[in-house]
Design a protein around this ligand. Structure first.
Ligand SMILES: [Zn+2]
Length: 119
């Protein structure tokens, strides 16, 4: 099994700077969400501006490193929590649609519409 700290030290430092303020990240600031088959999903919060990214880092031993990340307002805690959930599939959407089309579903929609108009 790959030593993830070594993986981050080897591959993270060369590619990672905060996209919001350009401060270079310290690999110790990265929280590993998942690590699988040479690809790590990490969350990093900038110590200067507190912006955060979630990124995948792919690296080969002694070779190229690539990182793809997006700015996020999710915390690492959110990512750990969401990782454990089952994905929403087409059947879930169809079931929800069916429930909303029934009488109680219509009253649910009216309640939501009223709440939206209040705010
Ligand atoms: Zn920053």
């Amino acid at each position: 099994m790959k030593n993830t700290s070594h993986f981050l030290e080897e591959h993270f430092h060369a590619v990672a700077a905060c996209p919001l303020c350009r401060k270079k990240y310290d690999p110790l600031e990265a929280r590993i969400i998942t690590a699988e088959d040479g690809v790590e999903l990490v969350h990093v919060e900038c110590q200067r501006c507190h912006g955060a990214i979630v990124a995948t880092i792919t690296g080969e031993a002694g070779g190229a490193t690539s990182m793809m990340g997006i700015v996020t307002d999710l915390s690492s805690r959110d990512l750990f929590r969401l990782r454990a959930r089952e994905p929403i599939i087409a059947d879930d959407v169809l079931l929800f649609h069916t429930l909303l089309s029934k009488d109680r579903g219509q009253s649910f929609l009216h309640t939501i519409e009223e709440e939206i108009h209040i705010d």
